[in-house]
Design a protein around this ligand. Structure first.
Ligand SMILES: NC(=O)c1ccc[n+]([C@@H]2O[C@H](COP(=O)([O-])OP(=O)(O)OC[C@H]3O[C@@H](n4cnc5c(N)ncnc54)[C@H](O)[C@@H]3O)[C@@H](O)[C@H]2O)c1
Length: 419
């Protein structure tokens, strides 16, 4: 068994570390946040999918260690890079974190080491941006060291498919790079799928995310049409989903959230422009999805207007669920944040309740006890499973539900407004 270093102890890096440690490898997690490193070395996991007991067992057995010291990379057979790849303020790929870290790896790179990029990015990043920086080491990619791309497909909070059981795509710079990477991943995950190049692997990940973004946009657009036509989008989606072939269920909602879907597709549209190509599906999906919090604000306004003879301005609104999806604590790019901003701008007095998110510092808010009757309107933005929605409907004066959480659980429907 080898020593596997993972750079970036986040939502991707920590589950990956667990999978390699479970398989018996020695794992070194490298991160720049000292507090996070100390926490991990105490066996405390801040990632919901990785139980602290399991992490602690690995730490105590000496199989897992975290550090801020890049010098420790020299002892690893493989270096996996799981760093953030955000968009800039101009909504263009911002590879600063990744490239600066790569510059840190280069002077420590050892003959024969395998480097694998796991961060989601545009086709060409591994070959055009990462390889040249690593070659500053004096070693040539594909000869002195091995280089591959292998996208992470983790879906935080999901239990049926995990980092271990989800097939892993691998594309190396050379056949030998691919072979080395396949061999490493096959020692820890259930299935490895080889593709012919890093570019094919990079685009595979983007296709997966764009597929979701476009399909969510499609149902979001239909949800807006259903509102005008007086139809229930949830009934229509449920009915369509009974078709056993040729249809895949996607649900409407208040907008896209998380680190991936609102960001990744634009990595491809940016790259496509270098080829005089405009990725119109991506732009259109982005436009529809980004409009959803605005549409949701107007639904809340209408519900207050018709259901309580109140204006949004001056009303007390409780946002129920602010994480970007159910049963997780991650609020990155959560549509709830945009909605809170819009509701405040419209003059509403906004509070929130989320059992997974104790504070929203950017708004100076902390999670309030769930007392639905204390508000003019409660809006279900993220449907955490721990909430009793039937009780919520009973206790609230007015409910605006963007997730059909109340639809599934019964209760007095006359005071419920749905997307
Ligand atoms: N979160 C997901 O569900 C998910 C799923 C699939 C793919 N991805 C992709 O994986 C990549 C990582 O995402 P994530 O969600 O794990 O990010 P994250 O923000 O959770 O974790 C990144 C970690 O990197 C650390 N870091 C920052 N700069 C560093 C540096 N120079 N050296 C070492 N560590 C540094 C941060 O402190 C943080 O702990 C992104 O490209 C993302 O798009 C994420």
């Amino acid at each position: 068994m080898s020593t596997v270093a993972i750079i970036g102890a986040g939502y991707v890096g920590v589950p990956l570390a667990q999978v390699f440690a479970d398989a018996g490898h020695s794992v070194l997690l490298v991160d720049v946040v000292q507090e996070r490193v100390d926490e991990l070395n105490r066996g405390e996991s801040y990632i919901e999918d990785v139980p602290s007991e399991v992490l602690k067992e690995h730490v105590d057995a000496g199989r897992l260690k975290a550090t801020t010291d890049y010098d420790e990379l020299t002892g690893a057979e493989a270096i996996l890079v799981a760093l953030p790849t955000p968009l800039s303020d101009q909504r263009e790929p911002d590879l600063t974190i990744l490239l600066e870290a790569t510059e840190q790896i280069a002077p420590r790179l050892q003959q024969g080491q395998l480097v694998v990029l796991e961060s989601t990015t545009y086709p060409g990043t591994t070959r055009e941006r990462v390889a040249p920086l690593l070659e500053a080491s004096g070693l040539k990619a594909g000869e002195g060291f091995h280089l591959a791309f292998s996208p992470e497909r983790v879906d935080p909070g999901r239990e049926d498919w995990t980092t271990k059981t989800t097939p892993k795509i691998v594309g190396g710079l050379t056949q030998e790079c691919t072979r080395r990477a396949v061999e490493l991943y096959a020692s820890a995950v259930d299935e490895v799928v080889e593709v012919s190049s890093p570019e094919a692997a990079e685009l595979t990940k983007l296709l997966e995310n764009i597929f979701r973004s476009v399909n969510i946009a499609l149902v979001n657009e239909l949800a807006q049409l259903c509102d005008r036509m007086g139809l229930d989008i949830w009934e229509v989606v449920d009915a369509a989903a009974t078709k056993p072939f040729g249809f895949m269920r996607f649900e409407p909602g208040p907008g896209l959230g998380g680190h991936c879907l609102p960001v990744d597709p634009f990595y491809l549209s940016w790259k496509a422009r270098q080829f005089d190509f405009y990725t119109e599906f991506i732009e259109l999906a982005g436009k529809v999805n980004q409009n959803m919090p605005y549409f949701c604000r107007s639904l809340i306004s209408q519900a207050l207007n018709h259901g309580a003879q109140r204006s949004l301005s001056g009303s007390k609104v409780l946002v129920l669920g602010v994480a970007y999806k159910a049963d997780v604590s991650d609020t990155r790019e959560s549509p709830a944040l945009k909605l809170i901003e819009l509701l405040r701008k419209a003059g509403a007095d906004v509070a929130y309740h989320d059992p997974h998110v104790p504070q929203l510092r950017q708004f100076g808010l902390s999670s309030q006890p769930l007392e639905p009757g204390a508000y003019d309107c409660v809006t279900v933005v993220t449907a955490h499973n721990s909430i009793d929605y039937e009780q919520l409907v009973d206790d609230a004066k007015l409910v605006v539900d963007f997730r059909n959480a109340t639809g599934r659980n019964g209760g007095d429907k006359t005071k419920v407004w749905k997307l």
